[in-house]
Design a protein around this ligand. Sequence first.
Ligand code: SF4
Ligand code: SF4
Ligand code: FES
Length: 235
Amino acid sequence: MREVELVVYRFDPEHDARPHTESFRVPLVREGMMVLDALIYIKEELDGSFTFRRSCREGVCGSDAVNINGINGLACITPLAGLKEPVRVFPLPGFPVVRDLVVDMRHFFAQYRAVEPWLKNDSPPPERERLQSPEARARLDGLYECILCGCCTASCPSWWWNGDRFLGPAALLAARRWLEDSRDEATGERLDALEDAFRLFRCHEIMNCMDCCPKGLNPTAAIAGIKRMLALRKS
Ligand code: SF4
Ligand code: SF4
Ligand code: FES
């Protein structure tokens, strides 16, 4: 049976002085295997201590974002076939490693919370619901589908270097989603919070983020849209 060689990142802070890689051979037991199937095979059949996150196996939960042959993506929807061997699977770059492929995402989620990703509207609610026109709703397309996997933020050099102050593409995409929402009344306040040399303007439109988004979203364009809104309100 044909086998695929994987080189995976290993680091157990309780036992390892430093990170290292390990090589495993995984048999292609069926057609259409994904990288996640190979990781599960390693854990179940070769080394039970190997650690990674996953949940849905359908590209929906965003928990198995890793770096595969140098590109960030979801292991569960990345086919093994066609990948250059050995397939190198590393944790998301720029995130602290907790163990093996598991990274610490607390700062990433704190940055998401920092853009206050919820509806702000103090007007008395109508009897049934706050309606949107189909056109207003369509303006959210390409902004609301983010699954917070972190692939984009982990591919952004500006975030690697200034992640303590630059919000990064995922949080800024969320910020734009609420700036575009016709029901939201906090546009001015949201823009005030983003008008900052680091939080927003550290994006230099390098575009790594849009190249790797597994949902096909374009954080670069979303960020450019926020910059445009700021410029317009000045003019
Ligand atoms: S476009 Fe902006 S957010 Fe995206 S990778 Fe480049 S600097 Fe980072
Ligand atoms: S924009 Fe795309 S890559 Fe970034 S967190 Fe959302 S789904 Fe993941
Ligand atoms: S396991 Fe949920 S997105 Fe891959």
